[in-house]
Design a protein. Structure first.
Length: 130
């Protein structure tokens, strides 16, 4: 049902070959939680672009297709952390048609009003002022 292909402007992305219904679980991705030392070691490597925040102060590597979903301000997928089972769970926000790219908002789970700003291949989170 899922496959990777070029999006052109965003590099590779995750696409579906079948229709997906709103609310349907698309993928449950196992995660490898990193120590602060391991996170620091990966900082100056290409893998740094694929690390996910786990909770408030840890990072993880997401397996499956998880680390290949692109960002969108108008996502069709949402992500939630399953801390008990060390999983990222991706769910359809709306009905998704075959051959559509699956994207989530990288600011999911962050404070309301957080925006994502891209600078080349990097991105940063701009948090709302308190």
């Amino acid at each position: 049902m899922l496959h990777i292909r070029s999006t052109g402007e965003k590099g590779n992305g995750v696409f579906t070959t079948a229709a997906i219904s709103k609310g349907e679980t698309i993928e449950e991705c196992p995660v490898l939680i990193l120590s602060p030392e391991d996170t620091k070691t990966l900082e100056n490597t290409i893998l740094d672009n694929y690390l996910y925040l786990w909770g408030k102060d840890q990072c993880c590597i997401v397996f499956g297709y998880g680390m290949l979903y692109n960002h969108s301000e108008h996502p069709n997928v949402t992500v939630r952390e399953d801390f008990a089972n060390n999983r990222y769970i991706l769910t359809a926000l709306r009905d998704i048609k075959p051959n559509e790219e699956l994207c989530h908002n990288y600011a999911d789970g962050r404070p309301s009003g957080t925006t994502v700003v891209f600078t080349g291949h990097e991105f940063e989170f701009i948090h709302p002022k308190s």
